[in-house]
Structures are given as structure tokens and as C-alpha cells.
Design a binder for this molecule. Sequence first.
Ligand code: CA
Length: 566
Amino acid sequence: MAVLIASVSCTAHQASPAPGKTSGVATRPDIQRDDTSRATTTPRPDRPWQIDWARGAVFYQVFVRSFHDSDGDGVGDLPGLISRLDYLNDGDPKTDDDLGIDGIWLMPVFASPSYHGYDVVDYEEIDREYGSNDDFRRLCEEAHRRGIRVITDFVMNHTGRDHLWFQLAAERTDSEFHDWYVWRDDDPGWFQPWGNGPTWHGNPRGAGGYYYGIFWGGMPDLDFRNPRVRDEMKRLAVLWLQRGADGLRLDATRHLFASGPGDGQNDQPESHAYLKEFSAHIRSVRPDAFLVGENWTSTERIAPYFGSIDPVRGSDELPSSFNFPLAGAIVDGINRGAAQPVHDVLAAMKQHYPDGAIDATFLRNHDQIRLATALRGHPPSLGLAAAILLTLPGTPFLYYGEEIGLQNGGNGPEDELKRTPMPWTAEPGGGFTTATPWHPFAPGQATDNVAAQRRDPDSLLARYRHLIRMRKRSEALRIGDITPLALPAPGALGFLRSTPSQTVLVIHNLESARLTLDSLPIPRGFRPHDRLTRMTVTLERAPDGAWRVELPPRASAVFELIRPGS
Ligand code: CA
């Protein structure tokens, strides 16, 4: 008998405390620390992951600076985020006016001189503008109480230039921290593999020479050939897991090592080796911790970051990586009215990804022009993008504000424009702050705000809430396999999602015209049952028994395939 989607209950997951969780705030790193700490870094081999909680879970990416300001300085902070958790998930399965997400990804929250936080100067302290370590602990507790897991950005490829390690390293070549960074006497003239920026930077301090920094001079790369660096990053990762985090989003993992100019700065074998070592250590301490890597590259180059699934179910390297090619294909496919870009990526994943990999899907992140702008602010396209993301396999990540159609902050190239304050209301402070926000709101605040969409059943926010609930109630949509379908229309994106107990047929119409399919691929003995309410989809059965479906432009249909009478 088919399991009806509506009959599967949707209960909030209550996260259990970490084994060995400590109650006190850990001490700051001893700058003179000797290698005795390495005793803690010998992992038990091949301990399996316990991260089934992350399979199919829906995450929400939060830029804390832009989410909610609790103390009136115009800058979002952790207490502000806590006060908005009920919007994300109130923990009560009976209510349906919250978004219903299962986890949040905090963009960097450690001490940093920049607005974005990707140049960390103290890996053990929450940035003062965001709050305190106690605030972080309280955030984790409040999130867990609502069934929300918390993963934090962990920037290990490089530190900020102002980190004490680099200050000491740059001052003297005989500093014990000098070889925590990558040095040479001359400038070989390498450029970033993706752009024109130099990757070797002159050191104006006492130690002279040139240091390597793939992003810019303000972010010197750590030298992961150094065992002390390898161990310190493992120790710091575990520290945050002990403080309540449920996982880490690992920044720039494909750049940990560089062997030469150009592509020699990407995907080096030594990077994979370290990530395996790091992963084994995390599994040995917190096998229920989720790791997701930022490997911004092609499908075939992302695939090796999963490592092997034979020694460790899921992965002996990173159990998850963001799927940049799929994100691009969804947006491209919608803009072109064509399903082929998505089909191409799904085919490449089938070829290269190991079984059991957790695909971290998304539409846009903090480094990309906002979705609403990329889709030219076209409301049906925004709803379609949401439906595609939330019906595909994987662990989808929503970028904050995407659910209300938040636009880019303007046309310029500045990253701040992709990270503007969350518009909760249409008022001057936007419900974000009582002061002047750290950055102006994006255009469209009058309509693209939470208050305006919250009670509107036809809003984009309502659609996200509905899609997330539909996904959570359906085992097949959440964790089922995917079988792409070749449908006789270039704008028809169709696939089956299935587990042994449930099969769901999904059809998205990417075209700006109505889509008619005269013969749905329904297996004999089954009938399609419309599960995506509020859709104006026509479903008819022809005299010859074929199922005919008609979708308006940019519409989606989700049918559970059931056996009549079962
Ligand atoms: Ca604040």
C-alpha cells in the first residue's frame, strides 16, 4: 500500500546534547601550546557518520549582521537571531505560519575586523558585534528546542591578516608561527585561478619575503603541510561542536593546498588527504556532526570531495558539498524555459557522485546576485525555482530573504548588495533595527517584506512554507531516489522520486506557455494523486487510459502514484 503523503506526521526533531559536551567556555589557545594536544587528534578509524538527520533536511543560510538587531546599533546579532527563530521554525508541528526549516547555517560569527567575517582573528570568540560565546550557546539551545540544527561557517583555509598567528609569523622568521603560513623569497607572479588578483603578497614586516593568500593579501593562507596547523584546525572545529554546533560549513576547501600557478591552486591531492584526516577526526568525536564543503567547481571535480563510500557509509571525506552546477542550471533553465541544463547536471551527478552522498542543493548564496534579480523579479519564476529546489533530492539550503523575493541591493559588483538587511516590515528600520541599518535595504522593501507576505496565502513566503511542509511529509521527496524522465517538451522538467514505500511524480513547466502532456508515464495499476494543492493543474484520463496533464506557465505538479483501493 502506498503511504499517503498527508498521513506521514511531521514532528520537530529534538537534538540531543553532544556526547562529552562541556559546560564551561573553553580557554583561549595557549600561544606556547606544545604538541601534547595532538594526543586528542588520533581518531578511531572508520567510525561511521550518524548524520541521517541531515538527509533531506531543509537549511536556511543566515548572515547574522543582516537578520535582526537586538540592541539598536544597526547591526544584526545573535540575540536578534534568537528572537526571530520562531519565524524559521517555532517547534510546534501543529502551527503552519512558520517556515518549517530544519537547520541554519551561520555565516562567519567569529571575531573579525570585516563586515563579512571571512578574515577571522580569533577562532575561539564570537565577534563582539554579534554577541558573546554565551549568546552562541543560548542560540544553539533555543534552536535545538525548536528542532533546528545549527551549523557554523568554519574558515580554515586562511586567517585574517590581523590574527596574532600571522602578526607573529610576519614579524620574525624564527617565530614558531612563521611556518603556519606559506612563504617564499620571490614573487612567482601567480594569479587567482578565477581572476586577475595576485596570490603572492609582499610582507612589509620584519620577516620579509612573500606570503601566499589566494583571496587577497588580507587573508593569508595557512600552511596545511604543518602538522600543528592540521591539528589546530581540528581542535577548533571540535571546540565549536562542543559549544553546541551541529556541524560546520567549510569555506574554500578546494584551496587548502597549492602546488603551482593557475589550476595548481585548486583540488590538490593533499587537500583531499587533509579533509579525510579532518573528517575522520570529527567522526571520532561527533559522528552526528554534519560537514558541508564549499567546492565551487564542476560536478566531476566536486565528486572526489565525497571521498570513498566503501570504508565509511556516506563518505570518508566530506559527506556533503554544495552543488554549484545544479544551482546555476536551475536558474539558467528557468531563464531559458528549458529543462536540459538541469537534466545535464543530474546526468553528470549520476555518473560521478557516489551513492549515499548528501547533495547540498541551493539556488543562490551570499557570493551570487540575488535570485529575485537573476530571475528578473518575475514572481511565477521565483515560485517555480522554489518548487524545483524543494522537489529535487538533497539537502536544500535557502539563502535568507529568498523566501520573500529579496532583490539584490543594486546593480554594483559589491558583495554587500547580496547581503542586505532582512526586511521584516515596510517601516524605515524594516523591523530589523530601531537605528539606521548597517546597510540600506534592497529595493522593493514595500512588498518584499515578511509582514506583507505572512498573511497572504498567495505570497512567495506562503509557497515556501507549503513546499517545505510537503517535502517534510513525503518520504520520497525528502530522501527518495531520482529517476529523470524524458518528456516530449523542451520546457518540461520531470522526474520520479521514490523509496520502497512511496513514489512521487514531479513535473515542472519551465516555459512561459501552457504545457500539455498527453500521456504521463504512470506505471500500470497506479493512478496519480495531486498533492500540490493551490496548483491550477488539470489532470484527466483519456478513454484509452492515458493520463493527460495540463500545466499553466511556470507551474509545477506533484503527484503521488497510488494503487486505487490499496
Ligand atoms: Ca546589534
